[in-house]
Design a protein around this ligand. Structure first.
Ligand code: GLC
Length: 657
């Protein structure tokens, strides 16, 4: 093997690439055939700098850096050696088609296994339903073994190598992943990497006083440092508990618990934690999971005097995960769940030196928030302003766009952005909370308040897409005109997330208009958390009405299928195509221009219940002056008239060349 990259200057001589390569060849890789060995060595050579850069930032100052570096690479090489042959084949496919997740035929679906199909084998039976919708990516909500009792919807994991008992086994998960793959669907699951349940064996050992495991978490013998930290960190679940630390008498320590008391934040300053999580990540990849949703990544590194979110080291952890997982399982994609304001969000897709070297995909919570804001205001000014200011993302990354998810909507609109369009941030956020929780006179929405914080007056909002868009009130009042408007609002939001760029997610039940479900209040483990209001059980009886256009279910389901079909045939929607929000000179109509070698597309979306017009002149100025075709229905739009949009209508317009 002829390895050309020279030794890294900051490392002692024997930690050079060649030495490591040799050790791995004689160690974890020794049973592989020469070609497979060579493939790993090539990836090692190519990814070497990408591995070193973030790891140096994290652990470079330690005297045992070299030992840890070897350990991380050994874990990686072992996972590579253990990778099943069908997944090696997948890796090859992905490497040869690196834009697979950016293509317009990508459409995601998000569901709780038990609420969608009872258990993992049950999900296999629902594959035909997913295919009907055109789904190519399935995110099953947390399914690794959680702590018993309340577990934050599965985000308090006690064993990452086991599946939740009632859902099946790890073998069922692998089996499902492979069946999905055979049907063109990639499986995504959560990896809760910021914290474990306090019932995890590491936490249990820590509670028994084991100092090695206590170092896996952030523990303080008194309140001195917690008090200092609490001066600057925000409270995530103020209704569940106050502060970010919990006292445990058994060990006489304050433990860092950002979320619930039972979720202990991991200490990534300890390389042993990084090694464990890397091993788990690659283990899950080898089960056939193709995408990992990395939970709460913004919180992974703490620094005194800051809000302890989005620290450079949190990014370095992700970059190192990515560089190492690329060597063992290049088919695996990492998805960042960082629900943070616009300036902090884009770096999760990689900036500067880390361009294209962090997560491949990330949730676009800013788009989600500003769309709901526009719907309440019947105005797109804030959305246009905020989205215009967001920098472009690296070419080999993509957003994950969504209307609703399992979490609340937090009004992540900064003072500066609100002021930029003449709004008062505080007042606007209060308006949105009031609007979506039914406090605002004349609102169409029915939602619930979540985590009211009296100190900041912050009120987050829960509710299903259909209920927030007006369907619940309309049905309760048997007002079919209002129901029609609600349907149009749902489809409007979906048409924007389908065209914005990236992987659009359909949140289970939205496709058939499932309303808020209040049954969670009867379950003692769920009753305190109103996010369960929008985590309903799939209503398969209702779904059976999906072929009947006369029903609300039929209208929604078929229209969403129609959007999926339109998306799949519109190459311009490839995620590599830049998206530019534009002023349409009509404050009710959102405009997005998509532009690349694939062509140009103008997306127009009317956020009001009135007819709206975009003038021909404006279309000309935007470069859409000639004959246009609406990609949603393939109808031509003649060049001599202003463009009319019906209430809540959207168009995807391409010039006819
Ligand atoms: C993420 C999850 C949320 C959970 C939190 C803590 O934000 O989406 O549901 O409560 O992390 O794990």
């Amino acid at each position: 093997m002829n390895l050309s990259i020279s030794q890294s200057p900051n490392l002692p001589k024997r930690t050079g690439l060649e030495t490591i390569a040799k050790t791995l060849e004689q160690g974890p890789l020794r049973l592989l055939d020469p070609l497979e060995q060579e493939i790993f060595q090539l990836r090692l050579e190519q990814g070497w700098e990408d591995v070193l850069r973030p790891l140096r930032l994290l652990y470079g100052a330690r005297s045992d850096f070299e030992t840890w570096l070897n350990r991380f690479l050994e874990i990686t090489a072992k996972a590579y050696a253990a990778r099943p042959s069908d997944l090696r084949h997948l890796d090859l496919q992905r490497v040869h088609q690196p834009d697979w997740f950016q293509r317009p035929d990508m459409v995601g679906y998000v569901a709780y296994t038990e609420r969608f199909a009872q258990d993992l084998p049950g999900v296999q039976d629902k594959i035909p339903y997913l295919k009907e919708l055109g789904v190519t990516y399935l995110h099953l909500m947390p399914l690794l073994k959680p702590r018993p009792g309340a577990n934050d919807g599965g985000y308090a994991v006690m064993d990452y190598r086991q599946v939740r008992d009632d859902l099946g086994t790890m073998a069922d998960l692998s089996d499902l992943a492979s069946h999905l793959r055979q049907n063109g669907i990639s499986l995504c699951i959560d990896l809760v990497c910021n914290h474990t349940a306090k019932e995890h064996t590491w936490a249990q050992a820590a509670l028994q006083g084991d100092p090695d495991y206590q170092a896996y978490y952030l523990m303080f013998p008194d309140r001195a440092l917690p008090d200092e930290y609490e001066k600057t960190v925000r409270e995530i679940f103020p209704e569940f508990k106050s502060g970010s630390f919990t006292y445990y008498e058994q060990i006489n320590q304050w433990v860092w618990t950002t979320f619930n008391e039972f979720q202990w934040d991991l200490n990534y300053a300890n390389p042993a934690v990084f090694a464990e999580m890397l091993d788990i990540m690659l283990f899950l990849a080898n089960q056939g999971v193709e995408l990992l949703r990395l939970d709460a990544v913004a919180f992974m590194w703490k620094r005194l005097g800051t809000d302890c979110e989005n620290q450079p080291e949190a990014h370095a952890i992700l970059q190192a995960f990515r560089a190492l997982s690329r060597m063992a399982a290049p088919g695996l994609l990492l998805k960042a769940e960082a629900i943070v304001p616009p300036p902090q969000l884009v770096p999760y897709l990689g900036v500067g030196e880390a361009t294209d070297k962090e997560c491949e995909i990330a949730y676009h919570n800013v788009l989600m928030v500003t769309l709901w804001s526009a719907l309440a205001e019947r105005k797109v000014v804030l959305a246009t302003h905020v989205l215009q200011k967001m920098p472009r993302i690296p070419a080999r990354t993509a957003w994950v766009t969504y209307v609703r998810c399992h979490d609340d909507i937090g009004w992540a609109i900064t003072e500066e952005d609100a002021a930029g369009v003449g709004l008062d941030g505080f007042a606007h956020r209060s308006f949105l909370s009031d609007f979506y929780t039914g406090r605002f006179a004349g609102t169409f929405a029915r939602g619930a308040t979540f985590q009211f914080n009296p100190q900041t007056n912050d009120r987050r909002v829960n509710g299903s897409c259909a209920s927030l868009a007006g369907l619940e009130i309309a049905i309760a009042k048997e007002n079919w005109g209002a129901a029609e408007q609600a349907i149009r609002r749902i489809l409007l939001l979906y048409s924007v997330i389908f065209a914005f760029g990236g992987i659009p997610l359909i949140y289970m039940g939205d496709e058939i208009g499932l309303l808020n479900d209040r049954s969670y209040v009867d379950d003692p483990d769920l009753m305190a958390d109103s996010r369960w209001i929008h985590r309903p059980y799939m209503d398969w009886d209702k779904a059976a009405e999906r072929y009947n256009w006369q029903t609300i279910t039929g209208r929604l389901f078929q229209s969403i299928c129609h959007l999926v079909a339109a998306r799949k045939r519109t190459l311009t929607l490839h995620a590599r195509t830049a998206v530019t929000p534009v002023w349409t000179h009509n404050d009710q109509v959102l405009g997005l221009v998509r532009e690349s070698a694939y062509g140009r597309l103008l997306i127009l979306a009317n956020f009001s219940e009135q007819h709206q017009t975009v003038s021909r002149r404006r279309l000309q100025e935007l470069g859409f002056g000639g004959l246009l075709i609406n990609r949603l229905d393939e109808q031509f739009i003649p060049p001599w008239q202003d463009l009319d949009l019906e209430p809540y209508q959207s168009h995807w317009l391409a010039p006819v060349v």
